[in-house]
Ligand binder design. Structure first.
Ligand SMILES: [Zn+2]
Length: 282
């Protein structure tokens, strides 16, 4: 007989795959909104808990939304509906939709965010860029990933990455000599400024990340690289969602549970269009 999961069942699964104790101390992960006893027939997976994601959940009849990013990182005293986050919480509660997130605990995990990005761009024999140990199954866990790819030029590799990252206005920025040979690749989804030195230390030829600022990126390249590929924060974290969807479907099948898992393909990066600039220089 087919059964259904509750919000608590899904929270328990997520906590086993992405243990909350492995999240950074400043982070907030877990059940943000919702009744733990509520039955879940449809789950929506998304990167950001924003108004558009809640609208999609309401339109698609989702009972639970799993996001990567937290809704609140600091304590809050007020949830008025004229505040965007207050409005979001109110819409979720009225719609009887639970919201759960796994953030830095998902970043470091086996079958987590960095792992998914490394797989997507074809990295072989990947290991964490900054290892933090092993999970209970003995898989190495840690921030970012590094490994090898079939040798090619930076230009060719950038083309491959651009062809597999989800389409979004930000696109992919390339920093470095496009004829240089690429064999060792480091990746870190989302903001990767603080891994620039580590990517150099491990001998990467190129580092794929997001949210790179002018000065750290410029000084890093002046100092000898590795070359940089900058996607958007959203696009470099999104590839985890199909991995999580497969994992949830496998677990549901194994448990004889009936549940629909949908991955949101809505682009929730802040940018809405990209224009190459064409003005003069005077
Ligand atoms: Zn992020």
């Amino acid at each position: 007989m087919e059964t259904t999961w509750t919000v608590e069942d899904i929270a328990t699964l997520m906590d086993a795959w992405y243990p909350p104790a492995t999240a950074e101390t400043w982070d907030r992960v877990g059940l943000i909104v919702g009744n733990r006893a509520r039955r879940v027939c449809r789950i929506l997976l998304a990167v950001d808990p924003v108004a558009a994601t809640v609208s999609q959940a309401l339109d698609s009849g989702a009972d639970m939304v799993l996001t990567h990013h937290p809704l609140y990182l600091r304590g809050t005293s007020f949830l008025p509906e004229d505040d965007p986050k207050g409005a979001l919480v109110a819409r979720l509660i009225r719609g009887d939709i639970a919201l759960f997130n796994a953030h830095t605990n998902a970043d470091i995990a086996h079958r987590g965010v960095a792992h998914a990005l490394a797989d997507l761009v074809g990295i072989q024999d990947q290991v964490p860029l900054e290892p933090v140990g092993e999970d209970r199954q003995g898989h190495p866990v840690g921030l970012g990933r590094v490994g090898s790819v079939e040798a090619c030029t930076l230009g060719e590799f950038a083309g491959r990455v651009a062809a597999v990252l989800p389409a979004s206005p930000h696109g992919l920025l390339v920093g470095g000599d496009e004829d240089a040979l690429v064999r060792t690749v480091a990746v870190s989804g989302g903001a990767g400024d603080h891994f620039l030195a580590r990517a150099r230390e491990v001998g990467a030829d190129v580092f794929l990340t997001a949210d790179l600022r002018h000065h750290p990126a410029s000084e890093h390249l002046e100092g000898g690289g590795p070359a940089l590929l900058a996607g958007s924060h959203w696009a470099t974290e999104w590839p985890w969602l199909p991995v999580l969807a497969r994992r949830l479907r496998e677990a549901a099948r194994a448990a004889g549970v009936s549940v629909d898992v949908e991955v949101s393909t809505m682009v929730t990066e802040p940018w809405t269009s990209h224009r190459p600039t064409t003005g003069g220089h005077r």
